[in-house]
Design a protein around this ligand. Structure first.
Ligand code: ATP
Ligand code: MG
Length: 555
């Protein structure tokens, strides 16, 4: 990885430093445990950078483990996309990909161990009754009438569950802990339930599946994870994590530490809601460039380095907070400002005829590929009598603040000549169709000889040589900062989140490379769209604008 700067520090790394110093551990093992029920998003990137980053910096290991205990919602498509995204972010997991389902046999045996110790029982309350018996934050729960069955009876019933003799929802295995515990997760949590669903890894071998809280701690211990890092909503579950490991025969006892989730303004991180956007076709798919998914950001033009940098900047704490979209954008802008070659594109074209420029003549003008990086070289761009400029770069009248082309006044064409607007041609509706200009032949990349000051600079493309292009401009997907808390988040979709323009780009972009970013001068950073661009058609996505427009767009 290129960014070999100082290591980040955070409370988790301090704990690791202490554990190494005290000799509690001599090597560190973390894991990233996604549930394959959706594509990864920028919140997952935070967890990935934390877990894999620690393994890298401490010469430890980080496992990729699919937490696949709910076959009904999972899919191999998600498994594949998650592997790809982790690799694309620049990380390598230790050994083979792991699955919680690899441990189904062991998990079953640990469940038997709990039953044999009188610490688990088969309950036949209905799911509704279980909820009712659980109590609330203010009221204790009450014991199930099935709680005191004998070990033999429990073993026989659990075997009946496994062999498919119970219907879904008619029996489950529960840990026997404490129905009056102030921690609701400790009120005899369900650890196995019946599900007649085919599993993407184990097929039809099982019709009972272990629950997350039972599976996760045991999987961690079996893999020799030292520090099991998860988000704050699992704080209470840590008690159950420890209870399970304390009550079974297993040599390791990893420690769980919680950190705050990433929340991003104007975005949604819930996989259930992201899935809804996809299935209801509000967006094109998980990789829609407006999605906060890794695949969406990649298609939008974000680099892996910019996402890693973002995760570094936001840090890891226990404080809940919401990060501004502007801070994500500034990471990609900083990256591309350094690395993206410049090019010219006119997004909203109006034709300009330079009347004193010789008909049929083409002059090649030299343009640097980066204003501050001569090592990035230069290119030749054709200039001719007819060009396009952006409609917004011309006004018939304007005050001094407007530093572009005004009727009767001059402006510089970037890396070319000074032109003067002489007259406008309009259609019947009053729209400008053509601008007639003159140029000063003695101003190619130099100031006018008589000392006239020409302040403004605008971009342009030669009409005859320019290539037609479709430009996709993206804005925030939601029109409120916290769509997740809206009663109906779909009602907060920003109708302007995608605007498509038909413009022109300089001819050199015929060979634009997929996956490469360009700065279109004065417009922003763009990349070819991986879905729509083809040999016949140039389609560019705007990754981000040149400046932060969020501040003034807010409120
Ligand atoms: P959801 O609640 O939307 O289903 P999840 O947290 O269940 O998401 P997982 O696939 O279980 O998604 O997440 C894998 C790992 O990524 C977990 O360790 C989880 O804590 C972490 N993670 C998920 N979302 C975020 C987030 N917004 N910020 C930081 N870490 C996250
Ligand atoms: Mg989860």
């Amino acid at each position: 990885m290129s960014e070999a700067e100082a290591r980040p520090t955070n409370f988790i790394r301090q704990i690791i430093d202490e554990d190494l110093a005290s000799g509690k551990h001599n090597s560190i093992c973390t894991r990233f445990p996604p549930e394959p029920n959706g594509y990864l998003h920028i919140g997952h990137a935070k967890s990935i950078c934390l877990n894999f980053g620690i393994a890298q910096d401490y010469q430890g290991r980080c496992n990729l483990r699919f937490d696949d205990t709910n076959p009904a919602k999972e899919d191999i498509e998600f498994v594949d996309s998650i592997k790809h995204d982790v690799e694309w972010l620049g990380f390598k997991w230790s050994g083979n990909v792991r699955y919680s389902s690899d441990y189904f046999d062991q998990l079953f045996n640990y469940a038997l161990e709990l039953i044999n110790k009188g610490l688990a029982y088969v309950d036949e309350l209905t799911p509704e009754q279980i909820r009712e018996y659980r109590g609330s934050l203010t009221a204790p729960g009450k014991n199930s009438p099935y709680r005191d069955r004998s070990i033999e009876e429990n073993l026989a019933l659990f075997e009946k569950m496994r062999s498919g003799e119970f219907a879904e929802g008619t029996a489950c295995l529960r840990a026997k802990i404490d129905m009056a515990s102030p921690f609701i997760v400790m009120r005899d949590p369900v650890i196995y339930r019946i599900k007649f669903a085919e599993h993407h890894q184990t097929g039809n071998k099982w019709c009972i599946y272990p629950m997350y809280d039972f599976t996760h701690c045991i999987s961690d211990a079996l893999e020799g994870i030292t520090h099991s890092l998860c988000t704050l909503e699992f704080q209470d579950n840590r008690r159950l994590y420890d209870w399970v490991l304390d009550n079974i025969t297993i040599p390791a006892h990893p420690r769980q530490y919680e950190f705050s989730r990433l929340n991003l303004e104007y975005a949604i991180m819930s996989k259930r809601k992201l899935n809804q956007l996809v299935t209801e076709k509000v967006v094109e798919g998980w990789d829609d460039p407006r999605m906060p998914t890794i695949s969406g950001l990649r298609r939008r033009g974000y680099t892996a380095a910019s996402i890693r940098e973002f995760c570094k900047r936001i840090g890891v704490t226990k404080q809940d907070n919401t990060v501004e979209m502007a801070s994500l954008e500034s990471c990609i802008r900083d990256d591309l400002n350094e690395n993206a070659p410049r090019a010219m594109a006119v997004l909203d074209p109006v034709k300009v005829i330079i009347e004193n420029f010789p008909q049929g003549e083409v002059e090649m003008v030299t343009m640097p590929n980066h204003p501050n990086k001569p090592e990035m070289g230069s290119r030749q761009v054709p200039f001719s009598r007819e060009i396009y400029i952006d409609r917004a770069d011309f006004r018939e009248e304007a005050n001094k603040q407007y530093k572009r082309l005004v009727l009767g006044k001059e402006v510089r064409l970037r890396n070319a000549y000074v032109i003067k607007a002489e007259r406008v041609e309009k259609d019947e509706a009053g729209n400008i169709t053509t601008l007639h200009c003159s140029y000063d032949p003695d101003t190619l990349s130099k100031d006018p000889a008589d000392g006239r000051k020409v302040k403004g600079v605008i971009h342009w493309v030669s009409a005859e040589h320019a290539l037609p292009v479709e430009i996709r401009l993206y804005d925030r997907l939601f029109s409120v900062p916290n769509p997740g808390s809206a009663e109906d988040f779909l009602a907060t979709i920003n109708p302007e989140s995608l605007v498509i323009k038909q413009g022109f780009v300089e001819p050199g972009l015929k060979n634009a490379e997929k996956g490469k970013a360009y700065q279109f001068e004065r417009e922003g950073y763009f990349c070819l769209d991986s879905r729509y661009a083809s040999a016949e058609k140039l389609v560019f996505n705007r990754t981000v604008g040149l400046r932060d427009t969020w501040a003034k767009m807010g409120e």
